[in-house]
Write a protein that binds this ligand. Structure first.
Ligand SMILES: [Zn+2]
Length: 275
């Protein structure tokens, strides 16, 4: 049994200067590949079910899948609800045994974000579950633009909500297919000067591996969410497999070929965040 909460994997990362990968899962094969990659690197891993995943497959199935993988793993595995947008979302995940929930109140006015996040933190902590919040707004490539995190608001948010991890907007953008994000180091330093909560970067795919490594070691960023980079790797491997074996029609045979290259890529992602 190696289920772990977000706090259990992020506090050692904060102390010892590294970060943990929050990997966006869309199905069984990628989730299994990510746990295999974490085991190969002897590192903890966070399996995330985000809004896209939840629209594709019911949350109880995600819970059962993540927990089956965690219980058979040799490394700590966090089962994390990514971008919960209501108390109900988070309550359902907690009831299903998720060890961590993110409440995304980043579009709400500050006072409302603080009040709602605090209530969800209290509910989560009562069940020994961790909670991540977001302050500022991390935008989307080809979508809504970001609003940078204000350091004073971040300090208030951390102190008044009691979150275990805080997602910040410092130049990172969701869904970037190239590694072109420009991180505002000055804003990051001003946030770090005012809080001791582990920080989270959503849109980690937009950062080069060397930059992630540097930030993992030298800043309070302890979690990088990575989705797009691995989805691109999955898509490329799937396309290659179908090209190489046009006669193959069986889903299991096809996806078996995809898991090895995906595991390799995930190992690389995880390794770059290690001390
Ligand atoms: Zn996100």
């Amino acid at each position: 049994m190696t289920r772990a909460t977000l706090a259990e994997v992020l506090q050692p990362a904060l102390r010892d200067g590294y970060a943990v990968a929050g990997l966006v899962c869309l199905g069984w094969e990628d989730a299994r590949a990510y746990v295999a990659a974490a085991e190969a690197e002897d590192a903890p891993v966070i399996l995330q079910a985000g809004p896209g995943a939840r629209a594709h497959m019911p949350l109880p199935v995600w819970a059962a899948m993540f927990h089956a993988l965690a219980d058979g793993a040799s490394v700590p595995v966090v089962s994390h609800l990514d971008h919960g947008t209501s108390v109900q979302d988070c309550a359902e995940a907690i009831a299903l045994g998720f060890t961590s929930v993110m409440f995304d109140g980043s579009r709400l006015p500050l006072e409302e974000n603080i009040a709602q996040t605090r209530a969800i933190v209290e509910m989560a902590h009562k069940a020994s579950v961790s909670c991540e919040g977001e302050i500022g707004f991390v935008g989307y490539a080809e979508g809504a633009s970001s609003e940078g995190t204000d350091p004073d608001e971040a300090a208030r948010f951390a102190a008044e909500t009691g979150v275990d991890a805080m997602a910040v907007s410092i130049g990172n953008v969701h869904l970037q297919t190239d590694q072109s994000a420009e991180i505002d180091r000055d804003r990051l330093a001003r946030i770090e000067a005012k809080t001791h909560v582990p920080l989270v970067i959503h849109g980690g795919s937009g950062l080069p591996h060397t930059l992630r490594s540097d930030l993992a070691r030298k800043s309070k960023i302890c979690k990088f969410n990575i989705g797009t980079e691995l989805r691109m790797s999955f898509g490329a491997a799937l396309r290659q497999t179908l090209q190489d074996h046009p006669e193959t029609f069986d889903r299991i045979s096809i996806l078996k070929e995809v898991e090895a290259p995906l595991t390799e890529r995930a190992r690389h992602v995880i390794r770059s965040l290690r001390p």
